[in-house]
Design a protein around this ligand. Structure first.
Ligand SMILES: Nc1nc2c(ncn2[C@@H]2O[C@H](COP(=O)(O)OP(=O)(O)O)[C@@H](O)[C@H]2O)c(=O)[nH]1
Ligand SMILES: [Mg+2]
Length: 218
């Protein structure tokens, strides 16, 4: 009889990650700082949303952004210009952030200086959904320029998200797409998920989004 053993490394790595994610949540509870993990394809508007918030809430909130990117610090630089602190994590080939990277980022800063943390995860709508980075909420951002099928094609991502964003609605006429019908399609597919239509260019929906993520005006 051959000695064949199945070693579930993936599960162990996942368990180790989840322990760190719980530790992150515990630490944030101590400091009373909410944290939101923003997922979405490259170009959907994640950084633009964070720039909008950094600018709008710069005098009322102390926002920390942790940016995941394969190789550059372009997004951190963009957001940093609006006054938020940004910590850049380059993942190389890693298609999503891991909890230990967030925990290491926390070691670089004094958490008492912040009252809200955003994580901009690595740009894609698949891998980040599988990993807990210790946030309170995961938000899935898609945009009208990605076409009408994104909600259908990413069931896991939208099922595990607490909130979804359909960004770039100002471009709906150019895309010949109807925002209401995409939103109602999303509502039919994921009845428990709220999908907020936004445009970072016109500001449409951005106040609703801020409220839902917990960035209340102080
Ligand atoms: N027309 C339009 N362009 C947008 C909107 N939001 C972002 N963009 C543009 O889309 C491009 C990608 O946005 P970015 O925030 O870098 O996306 P990310 O890769 O998800 O972080 C940039 O050129 C933005 O100016 C929007 O609501 N409307
Ligand atoms: Mg970005």
């Amino acid at each position: 009889m051959p000695d064949v053993r199945k070693i579930t490394i993936d599960q162990k790595i996942q368990e180790a990650n989840d322990l760190i994610a719980d530790r992150i949540r515990e630490k944030r509870r101590e400091y009373n700082i909410p944290m939101v993990d923003i997922m979405g394809s490259v170009g959907s508007g994640k950084t633009s949303i964070l720039e909008f918030f950094a600018q709008k809430y710069r005098s009322s909130h102390k926002i920390l952004v942790i940016n995941g990117d394969l190789a550059t610090d372009i997004d951190a630089q963009r957001i940093g210009r609006h006054g938020s602190t940004c910590l850049q994590i380059n993942t190389g080939r890693g298609c999503h952030l891991l909890a230990f990277q967030i925990e290491s980022a926390f070691e670089e800063i004094d958490l008492t200086n912040y009252d809200f943390i955003f994580v901009e995860n690595v740009g894609n709508l698949i891998c980040p959904s599988a990993t807990d980075v210790g946030a309170d909420k995961k938000i899935a951002v898609t945009s009208i320029t990605e076409g009408p099928y994104v909600f259908q094609k990413h069931p896991i991502t939208f099922k595990i998200s607490q909130l979804a964003v359909l960004n770039k609605i100002d471009l709906a006429p150019a895309m010949e797409l109807d925002v209401d019908s995409i939103i109602s399609q999303a509502n039919d597919l994921y009845p428990l998920l709220e999908t907020i239509p936004t445009s970072t260019k016109t500001g449409t929906g951005m106040d609703v989004l801020a409220k839902r993520v917990g960035l209340e005006p102080k």
